[in-house]
Design a protein around this ligand. Structure first.
Ligand code: GSH
Length: 216
C-alpha cells in the first residue's frame, strides 16, 4: 500500500479542515505542501489527477478525492475509529449533511470576496450580505445548543468553524463573528475540547498572516 497523499497549503481554509480531520481520525498520511497552487495544480500530472485543479486533493492509492468536505467524510468513514464525527444513522447524518451544505454555500461567498479583495476590487455587496446572514443563521442554529448537529462535536462544527474563522481574516472587510454570543461560546467549546483543532487553526492563521504581509 502506498502512503495516502494530501496535497496541502497551510493558509487554505479547506486544507485546514482536512488536516484537522486527518489528525482526529489518526490516519497516517504524507503531506505535499504546494508553493504555488495555480502553477503546480496545472501540471499535466496534477490536472489528470484533479481536473478541478484545487487543493486539498487526497490520493489514497489512486482513489483521488477533491472537495474538503468529501475528503473529510471519506477519511472518517474509512479510517475513523467510530462514527461520532460523521454519524452513519440516517437522521443524524442528514443533520450533519444539511449543516455542511449550508457552510459550503456560505464559503462560496467568502471565496468570492477573497478573490475580489486580492485583485483590488471592492467586495460584492450580495456576498457581504450572504456572509452576514450566514453568521446570523449559525448564531440562531446554536441557540440552546452546544453543537451544530446533534449532541456531540461533528464534522459540521469543524467545517463551519473554518468558514467562520475565515470571514474574520479577509482583509478590507469587517465581518465580526465575535459579536454573536452563541458563536463565540461554540468556537471556544470546540477549542477547549480539541487541541488538534487549536494547533491547525494556529498554522492556518500564521500562514495567512505571513501571506498577507508578503509584498505582492
Ligand atoms: N470547495 C473546495 C474549495 C477548494 C479551493 O478552492 N481551494 C483553493 C485553495 S484555498 C484552490 O485550490 N484554489 C486554486 C488556485 O488558487 O489556483 C473545497 O472545499 O475543497
Amino acid at each position: 500500500m502506498a502512503p495516502i497523499i494530501l496535497y496541502d497549503y497551510d493558509n487554505s481554509p479547506p486544507c485546514t479542515l482536512v488536516r484537522i480531520v486527518a489528525r482526529l481520525v489518526g490516519v497516517e498520511h504524507k503531506k505535499i505542501k504546494l508553493k504555488s497552487i495555480t502553477k503546480e495544480m496545472a501540471s499535466p500530472e496534477m490536472t489528470q489527477k484533479n481536473p478541478q485543479r484545487t487543493i486539498p486533493t487526497l490520493d489514497d492509492n489512486d482513489l483521488v478525492i477533491t472537495e474538503s468536505r468529501a475528503i473529510a467524510m471519506y477519511l472518517i468513514s474509512k479510517y475513523g475509529k467510530d462514527d461520532s464525527l460523521y454519524p452513519r444513522e440516517p437522521q443524524k447524518r442528514a443533520l450533519v449533511d444539511q449543516r455542511l451544505f449550508f457552510d459550503f454555500d456560505i464559503y462560496g461567498a467568502v471565496e468570492n470576496i477573497w478573490v475580489s479583495v486580492m485583485s483590488g476590487k471592492p467586495p460584492g455587496q450580495r456576498h457581504v450580505d450572504k456572509i452576514n446572514d450566514g453568521l446570523e443563521t449559525w448564531n440562531k442554529m446554536l441557540d440552546g445548543k452546544q453543537w451544530l448537529a446533534g449532541e456531540n462535536v461533528t464534522l459540521a462544527d469543524y467545517s463551519a468553524a473554518m468558514v467562520v474563522i475565515t470571514t474574520q481574516v479577509i482583509p478590507k472587510t469587517e465581518f465580526n463573528p465575535y459579536k454573536y454570543k452563541n458563536i463565540v461560546e461554540w468556537l471556544s467549546r470546540i477549542e477547549s475540547c480539541n487541541q488538534t483543532y487549536v494547533e491547525e487553526v494556529k498554522v492556518f492563521r500564521e500562514a495567512m498572516k505571513a501571506f498577507l504581509e508578503k509584498p505582492k
